[in-house]
Design a binder for this molecule. Structure first.
Ligand code: ARG
Length: 458
């Protein structure tokens, strides 16, 4: 056991209590952030005349030595120390002696960990954003090639109206673009530095908090020291945004699993992203999509866990807050892994375009257009709806489709039908005429794709 706070104690900490309290086995992830924060802190202390230049130099050298040794495997972050802050400080004092004991001047582990976690999360926000951008690039590439790849659009998982693959993927482009906007938004709101808040009530040293903040690329210093050490809102916002990303990935996965099924056969997932069965030789399973769908649960869990941890915490710091880390780290890792794998799966997935078009042709996806055709011939929409309803029933009985009926059969149901009906209910026409903003018509789609390209190039 190595502790920073023995002075006031006469008894030993119970071994289990010590282990229960210790956080080193997970907060060692914050090693780089801890060093970065300490270097900024002593740089500011020296500027303010609280440390001498020599002390500052010696501390920074010591910290960089520890950093290099850990990064190159010469020093292991073992679990002798209680947490990563103790680890760094203990090793610093061991290396440079007296000056090392001044590192913690005007600082508490409460504002220190608040800073470390913010630095770490800020980096994760950026990495997640970069992965989202890559995914959007793959989605856009598929869109560009499939402006005229027809497929059924569904409501209630029942065929509804024909759309294109570009249009379907475009819906996901919108979702993941919003996810990126959330990253930007969180970044802006969280980018304030809590260091200098002390344990809860600031400090009597003349710290220059704005300067410390600027050294680490923050937009400024946080404005209330009690809030600074106990705020984890930014982490909750991030976990919420991560949950939304997973919700989007999970919906997309669900569709891919359906499309990949024997019944649909719209797509074929590449061998690299499928697995077989130990007993059934014919199997090629969409495991990656299923795992992404499954892992959504643990990310939602992290969000619920932190919301619940935070709800009962009186100001300011309480040890409960240490529970932010394991769940948050797990969620951050999970989402990044899912984004990487999902993007790879999407990049290599093949479409069976003929089957998709054939599926769009049956199932009466052109029934609305047939009704609209009658409206064009002067029939009120409500009557047209009823006429086409009867027509559909007739087709079901005959096991055929609207476009395969003869003009005589059509005229028996309504004399308004003319030879131009066939063109009006063809797949191409049904889609091409849907040109309102956001619609699947190829001309409308091409404009949207152009906008997306500009967006991704910025
Ligand atoms: N391990 C702690 C955490 O993660 C660091 C802060 C400790 N502060 C304290 N007063 N014990 O929150």
């Amino acid at each position: 056991m190595a502790q920073l706070w023995g002075g006031r104690f006469t008894g030993e900490t119970d071994r289990l209590a010590y282990q229960f309290n210790a956080s080193i086995n997970f907060d060692k992830r914050l090693f780089h952030q801890d060093i970065e924060g300490s270097i900024a802190h002593v740089t500011m202390l020296a500027k303010q005349g609280i440390l001498t230049e020599d002390e500052k130099e010696s501390i920074i050298q010591g910290l960089q030595g520890i950093l290099g040794d850990v990064d190159h495997g010469r020093l292991e972050i073992d679990e002798v120390c209680e947490d990563i802050h103790s680890f760094v400080e203990t090793h610093l004092i061991e290396r440079i002696g007296e000056a090392g004991k001044k590192l913690h001047t005007g600082r508490s582990r409460n504002d220190q960990v608040a800073l470390d976690m913010r630095l770490y999360t800020r980096q994760q926000v950026q990495e997640t954003d970069a992965l989202l951008k890559e995914l959007l690039g793959v989605i856009l590439a598929v869109m560009e090639e499939n402006v005229e790849t027809y497929m059924p659009g569904f409501t209630h998982l029942q065929k509804a109206q024909p759309i294109t693959l570009a249009h379907h993927y475009g819906a996901y482009f919108e979702m993941f673009r919003r996810d990126r906007q959330r990253m930007e938004d969180i970044y802006k709101r969280m980018n304030y530095c809590p260091l200098g808040a002390g344990a809860l009530a600031g400090t009597t040293y003349p710290l220059d908090r704005e300067y410390t903040a600027s050294l680490m690329g923050f937009a400024g210093a946080t404005q209330n020291s009690m809030d600074s050490v106990s705020d984890r809102d930014y982490l909750i916002e991030f976990l919420s945004a991560l949950s939304t990303i997973m919700m989007h990935l999970s919906r997309f996965s669900e569709e891919i699993i359906i499309w990949n099924s024997n019944e649909y056969q719209f797509v074929e997932i590449d061998d690299a992203y499928s697995t077989g069965s130990s007993i059934m030789p014919q199997k090629k399973n969409p495991d990656i999509a299923e795992l992404v769908r499954g892992k959504t649960g643990r990310v939602y869990g992290a969000l619920m866990s932190l919301l619940t941890t935070m709800k009962g915490i009186p100001l300011a710091y309480n040890k409960d807050i240490q529970e932010d880390k394991e769940v948050a780290f797990d969620a951050m890792d999970t989402v990044k892994h899912c984004l990487v794998l999902f993007t790879g799966m999407l990049r290599t997935m093949k479409f069976k375009k003929e089957r998709m078009a054939a599926s769009a042709m049956n199932g009466f996806t052109n029934a609305t257009d047939a009704a609209d055709y009658l409206v064009g011939k002067g029939v009120p929409f409500r009557d047209a709806h009823a006429i086409i309803g009867r027509l559909v029933l007739y087709c079901i009985e005959k096991e055929t489709s609207i476009d395969k009926l003869s003009l005589e059969e059509l005229k028996e149901i309504s004399d308004k039908f003319e030879a131009d009906i066939y063109e009006a209910v063809s797949l191409e026409t049904c889609v091409a005429k849907r040109l309102t903003i956001g619609g699947p018509g190829p001309e409308a789609m091409k404009e949207v794709i152009q906008q997306y390209k500009v967006y991704l190039n910025n």
